[in-house]
Write a protein that binds this ligand. Structure first.
Ligand code: AMP
Ligand code: ZN
Length: 484
């Protein structure tokens, strides 16, 4: 069966191939905003994107996988108003915005590795691509798509007639409905490309530009960095479904107006992880309601919290495999416990096979492999792929072939099935503990403490904690261990 993915742009499954002469899949994924820890909902989206990259590799494609880090403080609402998220984070923690960005970027990458998500080809922090963003806004200005207000340079969405198509927006109603919040914008769907710093206040992050000192609007970074590393047309652009209506719609508008070509051939969106809350009904009873896990609501679960509760990060990865990426996944502790138990019983079958792989020669084993390839190639049907693995393990093909198929399938699952469960469980799923880095951090902390630089010594302790390393100070010195 041919490789196919559901394309949000057409609302259909489409066969995926690369255009002639394109050597690697040009892929861009919207990355984290680093003013807080990523929650396990955000991470569900990156796990889905990891299955996608692995599947493309399995089908023989190279992937130029770009993930941005939103470290410029954009504003709390999609409407370019509200507080700056990074400055809010800095005020909350009494740190500089740059320290906040560094700390949460490191924490994010630690989670990424704990979940065994493959390193992208390139991480692209927005603050390191300010010039590219300015250049893109200049192009849009030269082509007549922008206008100026007292607080910034805006994109005129009326000049892009296809604006509503991607998200199937009812633009008329949208524009009518939100007159109140428009400020000086001409249309409700217009958005900031460059914002001016307030005249009476120096911002923690601001840059010179042809329009005055300020900072980029939050949509422009993705277009600018996607183009820089993958050219004007992407093969696949990913993100969560919450980005369809505003962020991705705006990315398409500004990119296609600047370049005059299609911005992304495939758009793939991961559905939300939801958490339950109790809702009181009129008759006094309560009902469980599931809603999107969200960073700004303040109630969210992190990988570290799961580990504190005795789960391995890969238990969560296994949990994510159990539902298709385009379906909601409802999180409960019972459901995660169920996944952990199922993962343990999978290990009971695969651990005795470690190191026994032989060539895959029998027709029955080849049939399992083909079925598996069809399942992942059918819009990443991971639940079906897992079912095939279980059926294969129960079948009567010989152990050598079983072992070979487990290793083959784990190229997609990424569950580290080449290691017995007890072994990686002890190490918190980090099989490569970077001892040199840990020792260097401990030495730096010792120096900071000698200089009475408590802020720095706390920061290092936090950095180690984010790497899942616990330190203990005693008269003899500092020792460290991996958190169980
Ligand atoms: P953010 O750091 O908030 O910009 O989000 C990072 C990524 O996580 C984006 O692709 C979002 O669409 C995605 N995301 C946000 N909330 C959820 C959720 N509850 N479940 C799955 N993905 C999410
Ligand atoms: Zn983006």
């Amino acid at each position: 069966m041919a490789l196919q993915f559901y394309n949000t742009a057409s609302r259909k499954k489409e066969i995926f191939t690369l255009p002639e002469g394109v050597p690697a899949v040009r892929m861009y994924c919207c990355g984290p905003t680093v003013y807080h820890f990523a929650h396990i909902g955000n991470l569900r989206t990156y796990i889905f994107e990891d299955f996608l990259v692995r599947t493309l590799n399995y089908y023989g494609y190279k992937v130029n996988h770009i993930v941005n880090i939103t470290d410029v403080g954009h504003l709390t609402s999609d409407a370019d108003s509200g507080d700056d998220k990074m400055e809010k984070g800095a005020a909350r923690e009494g740190k500089s915005v740059w320290d906040i960005a560094k700390f949460y970027t490191d924490a994010f990458m630690a989670d990424w590795h704990r979940l065994n998500i493959q390193e992208p080809t390139r991480w692209t922090p927005a603050t390191q691509h300010i010039q590219e963003q300015i250049d893109l806004v200049k192009t849009l200005e030269e082509k007549g798509y922008t206008y100026r207000t007292s607080d910034g340079i805006y994109f005129d969405s009326l000049k892009f007639p296809r604006y509503a198509d991607f998200a199937r927006l009812d633009v008329e109603n949208l524009r009518k409905g939100s007159r109140i919040d428009m400020g000086e914008k001409k249309n409700a769907t217009d958005f900031a490309l460059w914002k001016f710093s307030p005249k009476d206040k120096k911002r923690a992050m601001e840059w010179d530009s042809p329009w005055g000192v300020g900072f980029p609007g939050w949509h422009i970074e993705c277009s600018a960095m996607a183009m820089k590393y993958n050219g004007p047309t992407l093969d696949i652009h990913c993100g969560g479904t919450d980005h369809i209506r505003v962020h991705h719609t705006n990315e398409i508008a500004q990119s296609e107006c600047a370049n005059g070509v299609q911005f992304a051939r495939f758009w793939m969106h991961g559905e939300f992880l939801r958490t339950a809350s109790e809702e009181k009904l009129e008759d006094g009873t309560t009902e469980q309601k599931f809603g999107k896990m969200s960073k700004s609501s303040g109630e969210f679960l992190t990988v570290s919290l799961l580990m504190d509760r005795g789960f391995n990060p890969l238990d969560y990865r296994f949990f994510a495999i159990g539902s298709h990426y385009r379906n909601y996944l409802n999180f409960t502790w019972e459901a995660l416990t169920g996944a952990k138990e199922a993962f343990k019983s999978l290990h009971k079958k695969t651990d005795p096979l470690i190191g026994k792989a032989t060539a895959i020669t029998s027709e029955a084993a080849k049939a399992f492999q083909n079925e598996f390839k069809d399942a992942i190639g059918d819009d990443l049907n991971m639940p079906r792929a897992l079912g095939i693995m279980n059926t294969m393990l129960k079948s009567d093909i010989d152990d050598g072939e079983k072992a070979a198929l487990v290793m083959d399938f784990d190229k997609i699952f990424g569950l580290k099935l080449d290691q017995p469960r007890e072994e990686y469980a002890k190490k918190g799923a980090n099989d490569e503990i970077d001892t040199a880095k840990i020792e260097a951090l401990i030495a730096a902390r010792k120096e900071a403490r000698a200089n009475k630089n408590w802020a720095e010594s706390d920061r290092i302790r936090d950095e180690l904690a984010a790497m899942n390393i616990v330190i203990k100070d005693s008269k003899e010195g500092t020792t460290w261990s991996v958190k169980e």
